[in-house]
Design a protein around this ligand. Structure first.
Ligand SMILES: *Cc1c(COP(=O)(O)O)cnc(C)c1O
Length: 236
């Protein structure tokens, strides 16, 4: 049986994740591969699902909802990894299993209030502005503990951990430093006794996957290496 390009890419990325785990003595079972399917067709997602890929990441709500409808017959797990607008929280709470980009209490409160009773709690990660960039989304490092405490108190959210998008750099030492910082922040949260899983570090993309896995990533977000280049984004 011949594999499609997307299926071949998935096999290749899985092998890369496994090799990166092996180098640091981790088991590949500890690292979830999130296939980032923004700006890709429902058909491309279907091909990935044929390679037993289940978790998909989307950045734009309307595009994601259309894809979910087209793929209703598959048992997929949808993660939202884009910027959150407060007027979009209801649809996010209704149509996603995970949110990686939570960085404000007001959004957290809305998501908790709007999560349908028939669904399990919404799995959330706090996005941390790990490289302290003025223009970047994410909660500031010194505000993580306070926001985590507030989110942990919301009944319909389950706080799974932290997510970051460090400043892009080919410098491996700098990559390691940013990811190590996120790992330490998650470790510090354990001491707060929040009674939440706090078991997830969403960090690492194609260019810095190896450093992320060495520093304890449990979820890597890979788009282009699986689906190929995206068409340039116009308006959303
Ligand atoms: C687009 C995106 C990715 C994947 O990026 P690629 O370069 O396509 O691998 C990962 N994480 C986030 C938050 C993204 O927006």
């Amino acid at each position: 049986m011949s594999l499609s390009m997307v299926e071949e890419h998935i096999v290749k990325v899985r092998a890369e994740v496994e090799a990166a785990c092996q180098r640091v003595g981790r088991s590949a079972d500890e690292v979830c591969l999130l296939a980032v399917s923004k700006m890709q067709s429902a058909e491309a997602v279907r091909e990935a699902a044929r390679a037993k890929q289940r978790a998909f990441g989307e950045n734009y709500l309307q595009e994601a909802l259309a894809k979910q409808r087209a793929l209703q017959d598959l048992d997929l797990e949808w993660h939202f990894i884009g910027a959150i607008q407060s007027n979009k929280t209801r649809a996010l709470a209704e149509h996603f299993a995970w949110i990686h980009t939570l960085d404000r209490l007001k959004i957290a409160q809305r998501l908790s209030a709007q999560r349908p009773a028939k669904l399990p709690p919404l799995q959330v990660l706090l996005q941390v502005n790990i490289s302290n960039e003025a223009s970047k989304a994410g909660v500031a490092i010194d505000a993580v503990a306070e926001l985590a405490t507030q989110v942990a108190a919301l009944p319909r959210l389950c706080l799974r951990g932290l997510m970051c998008i460090p400043i892009a750099t080919p410098n491996q030492t700098a990559q390691h430093q940013a990811f190590a910082k996120l790992r330490c922040l998650l470790h510090d949260l354990h001491a707060l006794g929040l009674n939440q899983p706090l078991d997830t570090l969403s960090m690492g993309m194609s260019a810095d996957l190896e450093a992320a896995i060495a520093e304890g990533s449990t979820l890597v977000r890979i788009g282009t290496a699986i689906f190929g280049a995206r068409a340039p984004k116009l308006a959303h």
